[in-house]
Design a protein around this ligand. Structure first.
Ligand SMILES: *Cc1c(COP(=O)(O)O)cnc(C)c1O
Length: 462
């Protein structure tokens, strides 16, 4: 399987190189050259299989010969062994035709574990074979960093450095990053906000001497292997509700567009998805773009669903690539315009293409809080604020087709917002009940690129 860039000029890569590279050299994102279709019979056969068996069948065609069949089975098994629910992604019924896909039973209680746990295993296997060593550096507003640390802790051939804004992540998120004791894990608290951390990481990737010297690798949400791992639960939910014989729709709490884009891939493979509904909080650039055709940045307003507080949505570029007929030059042009002017207009043809797959809606802060309260009263299901954004938006898109809303984090990860809405502080699952007793280990640094680089160089040679 070959991978091509959305901007059309970066080298074509195989799965392994795509995974280890992350961002393409022309600034684009990698996508498979073609999407392998799944037959009705193959899809029907998924029903009744374990999550791990389904994952193998769905991902196999994308991986080419990077991993052997049995090797891939073993890596998938190890990736999901630490999940706190045997179904991995259990489906709950909220209402007559509305279901909740619980994606928060992984080790750090957010859906990002589905992808991170797997790519931890895939990186380890690929690096063990080549003998190479890499340095993973990432910026986080909370969930990505904890998921990355949990996935790479203790693995050979990898050091993981996560930059988070000092004082601006929740206590649970911080402790998930600072309590792992393995020597290859490095939590860095930076004086600044998320954009400060992100800018430092970007500068490190653009410093080619440093980048090549420490063998920098990226595992942020534009990494294709992360998108691929997320395709699986769209199928697991779809077949549980009757696919390929019955259609299904999904509503996805959306920030960087990685999760919902995985649903788009599932649809392209043949899963009968009627609509993919983009749910945003008041940072609603995607909802405005799909409604009006104008993709215009507007600053970030903090919200109670912080993992969706974004200014631009990186993975949207992948959907644009298809919408513009896979014309890399056209994508490069609108991305240049975005960079230069803070916005661009989606062409009429591209907008129609996008609207065939995607619908959208937004939830205000009040609507989000009211949804947590209402759903807890009506069903007993306690939603995190991100999932509540999804449920609120899904409500306006219910039809005869079953609707599945993705629950992207466990309520205990955002206890203040949940307690304010329900009156009860959500408890951590028993397997991590001692999180607040474990010792923390963190290095605090100012917003200083050379100091961060010096620390990384020193730690990886120690
Ligand atoms: C990352 C995250 C999202 C947004 O997912 P994208 O793939 O960036 O669209 C939503 N909810 C939670 C809890 C998250 O951690």
């Amino acid at each position: 399987m070959n991978y091509i860039s959305t901007r059309g000029t970066a080298p074509v890569l195989d799965f392994e190189a795509t995974m280890l590279t992350g961002l393409a050299r022309d600034g684009g994102l990698y996508l498979p050259e073609h999407i392998p279709p799944m037959t009705q019979a193959e899809m029907a056969a998924l029903a009744g299989q374990s999550y791990e068996e389904q994952a193998w069948t769905i991902m196999r065609p994308f991986i080419g010969n990077t991993f052997g069949d049995d090797e891939l089975r073993g890596l998938i098994a190890r990736a999901y062994a630490g999940f706190g629910h045997p179904a991995r992604a259990p489906l709950k019924q909220l209402d007559a035709n509305h279901f909740l896909l619980e994606l928060f039973h992984g080790p750090t209680l957010a859906f990002k574990d589905f992808a991170m746990q797997l790519i931890g295993q895939l990186f380890q296997a690929a690096l063990a074979r080549s003998g190479a060593r890499v340095t993973i550096v990432g910026a986080t507003s909370g969930d990505t960093g904890s998921a990355a640390i949990e996935a790479f802790r203790g693995l050979d051939n990898v050091d993981v450095f996560i930059l988070y804004p000092h004082g601006r992540v929740s206590d649970v998120q911080r402790r998930q990053m600072t309590t792992p004791s393995e020597a290859n894990v490095h939590a860095l608290a930076i004086d600044g906000d998320f954009d400060t951390c992100q800018a430092l990481v970007k500068d490190m990737f653009n410093d080619f001497k440093f980048r090549d010297g420490v063998k920098l690798a990226g595992v942020n949400s534009i990494n294709w292997a992360r998108v691929l791992a997320q395709v699986v639960y769209y199928f697991s939910a779809g077949v549980a509700l009757g696919a390929p014989h019955r259609p299904v729709s999904f509503t996805v709490p959306t920030g960087n567009f990685g999760d919902i884009f995985a649903g788009y891939i599932a649809r392209a493979m043949g899963l009968p998805i009627e609509k993919l509904v983009v749910a945003t909080n008041h940072n609603d650039i995607l909802h405005r773009a799909l409604s009006s055709g104008g993709y215009v940045t507007d600053g970030v307003k903090p919200s109670i669903s912080p993992s969706m507080d974004i200014q631009v949505s990186s993975n949207f570029e992948r959907a644009l690539f298809d919408a513009y007929g896979r014309d890399g030059a056209a994508v490069a042009q609108v991305m240049d315009e975005l960079k230069a002017t803070g916005g661009f207009h989606i062409s009429q043809g591209a907008l129609e293409f996008l609207r065939d797959s995607f619908a959208s809606g937004r939830a205000s802060e009040d609507e989000t809080r009211a949804t947590i309260t209402r759903v807890a009263d009506a069903t007993g299901e306690v939603l995190c604020p991100h999932s509540a954004v999804g449920v609120h938006v899904a409500q306006a898109h219910l039809s005869a087709t079953p609707m599945v809303t993705l629950a992207t984090a466990h309520p205990a990860k955002f206890p203040d917002a949940v307690e304010a809405a329900t009156g009860t502080r959500p408890a951590l699952p028993a397997r991590m009940a001692d999180l607040f007793d474990r010792p923390e280990r963190v290095t605090r640094l100012s917003d200083d690129l050379s100091a961060v680089q010096a620390l990384i160089r020193e730690r990886i040679t120690a």
